[in-house]
Design a binder for this molecule. Sequence first.
Ligand code: IMP
Ligand code: MG
Length: 236
Amino acid sequence: MLHQSDTFSILYYMLLIPIQWKSAANQFLYPPEYQSHFSGLVLSHEKIRARIRELAALLHQHCQVHARARPLLVCTLKGACTFFVHLTEELQLLRQGFDVEFVRAKSYVGTESSGAVRLLLGQEDADGLEVLEHFKGRHVVLVEDILDTGTTLEKLVPVLHEKGQPASIQVVTLLDKRLKDGTEKKFKADFIGFSIPDVFIIGYGLDYNELYRDLRDIFVISQAGIEFDAKKLHDG
Ligand code: IMP
Ligand code: MG
């Protein structure tokens, strides 16, 4: 059930995004321990999946027209993992071939972009160098969950170019946050699923301090969700 905790912020969000209030609790499926941890729905699972189908069609078209080569799909862990699974499923239905690779980037602490991005790329060889041998000469499609300030991709994409030497890198992001007061993003994606307002969201792979990635839908986190101690779920 949605918990109407903070009336002011709920009204504020309703002006910006079409938050859907659902009266029947069973219309959402989520673990019972998350009761009262959301203040509103941003995107339903069905809406996300429908848009991913469209994104897959766009990527398929792009691969046929521009690259004419089998793309290397690169998932940025952990947030993009759910999006990645469903995107690759749609590409399979279109008979679009692809290879897969994984990189890891971490920048958020709580609900704020920390500015410092930590990257984990491939394995280390005997000399301690990172190797991205699968990237060489390939048409890479980097799959991101959400593009906020652009700090992560501004750091990640040049590193992939430099160390991996791919033929090209295109970025597909499920979500693109509109920044407050029209601040310019440090990086722009080539394919965007949804443009969303500048609110902190959870679900469908997106976390708040490692919690809520297991939600099917995307919600605005409530104050109770922010204050919840995740360690309570680890014991017993
Ligand atoms: P950026 O570096 O500011 O563009 O932030 C991008 C990264 O921060 C994303 O890949 C996410 O992992 C994380 N992030 C940004 N906004 C949110 C959010 O609203 N909820 C959860 N994670 C977010
Ligand atoms: Mg991410």
